[in-house]
Design a protein around this ligand. Sequence first.
Ligand code: MTE
Ligand code: MO
Length: 334
Amino acid sequence: MLIRRRHSWELPESAATPETVYLSRRHLLGGIGLAGGLAAGALAGVGLPEFARAAPTPGDPALDPTNDLYPAKRNDAYTLDRPVTPEDITANYNNFYEFGSERRNYQIADLAARMPRRPWTVKIDGLVEKEREVGIDDIIRAMPLEERLYRHRCVEAWSMAVPWTGFAVKELVAWAKPLSGAKFIRMETFMNPKVAPAQNGFVYPWPYVDGLTMAEATNDLAFFVTGVYGKPAPNQYGAPLRLAVPWKYGFKSVKSIVRISFVAERPVGLWEQVQGREYGFWANVNPAVPHPRWSQATERDLGTGERRPTLIYNGYAEQVAGLYAGMTGEKLFM
Ligand SMILES: Nc1nc2c(c(=O)[nH]1)N[C@H]1C(S)=C(S)[C@@H](COP(=O)(O)O)O[C@H]1N2
Ligand SMILES: [Mo]
C-alpha cells in the first residue's frame, strides 16, 4: 500500500523480503510475545525509537474494563474454508500506518501498544436524531457481542482468517437512529501525533477515514470488532473499535474509530484521497480485476505461507453480491 516506491521493481508487501528471512523473523517474534514492556526491552537493540523504549504500556488489553464480556458466544453462521491463522502471526503482521509504513511490522504492534485505550469516546454525528459522544464501554455494553470467524483479504495480496468478537454494524446504526437523508456511514480513526509517530508526517492526510453505503453498513456481514481470539483486541488490531467488512479489501476496515458520521455524500477514504487511481470507494475483492501494479488472482495465506486462489467477494458473494446488482457504472472492484 506504499504510495512512494523507491524502485519501480519493488513488489508489494513481503514479496520484496526473502521468505526465509521473513519467516524466521516471525518465529523470533512469536517467542517474544506481546507483553509490551518485555517486547520493548527485547527489541531495544533493534532500532525502536527512544520514546517507545521508555514508555509504559497503557494499551495492555489484560487491563481492559470490558474483559468480563469475553469470550463471547460464537455465531456458527460464519464458517471458514481454511484454518484460523495463529494469533502470534496476525498479532505481528499489521497494517496500521499511523504507527509506520515499514514492513518491519513487529514495530507496529509494539508502538501501538503504547496507545491509551481509555478514556475513549466515539462521536456519533451528522444525520442522526441526536448527535452525541459516547464512552466506548457504554457502547460495547449496549451491544450484543458475539464471535465470528472471518476471512480478511488485504489489497496487497495476503490474507488471514481471524476469530473476531464484536457486534453487527446494523445494531449500532439502529441505536444511532439515522435520519432518512443519511446515505453513507463515515468512520474516522483517532488523531494523536503524540501516540502515533507517523501522524507527525505530511505524507498522508490524517486522520484515517473510510466509509460504506447504508445498505452495506446494514448488511449482516458488516461487523464492528472489539475483540479477537476470545479477548479484548490488542491495540494493533485497531482497539477499541474497528470495522470488519470481509468482502472488501482490508483498507476499508477502519481501525481505532473515534467518530461515526451519517452523511448524505459519499465519503472519500484516506487511500482514495492519496491514490484514487488505485484505491476506490467500493474496493470489493475480485480475483479477475488486477490492481494497476499487481495481480489479485491469488493471495498468500499468512498462516500457512501458501498461495491460494482469491475468491470473488472474498467468498461472501452469497451474502453481498445483491448489494451491487445493476451498478454498472461503478468501479466496484478497486
Ligand atoms: N486507521 C487505520 N485503519 C486501517 C489501516 C491503517 O493503516 N490505519 N490499515 C488497513 C489495512 S490496509 C488493513 S489490511 C487492515 C489490517 O488489519 P490487521 O493489522 O488487523 O491485519 O487494517 C486496515 N485499517
Ligand atoms: Mo491492507
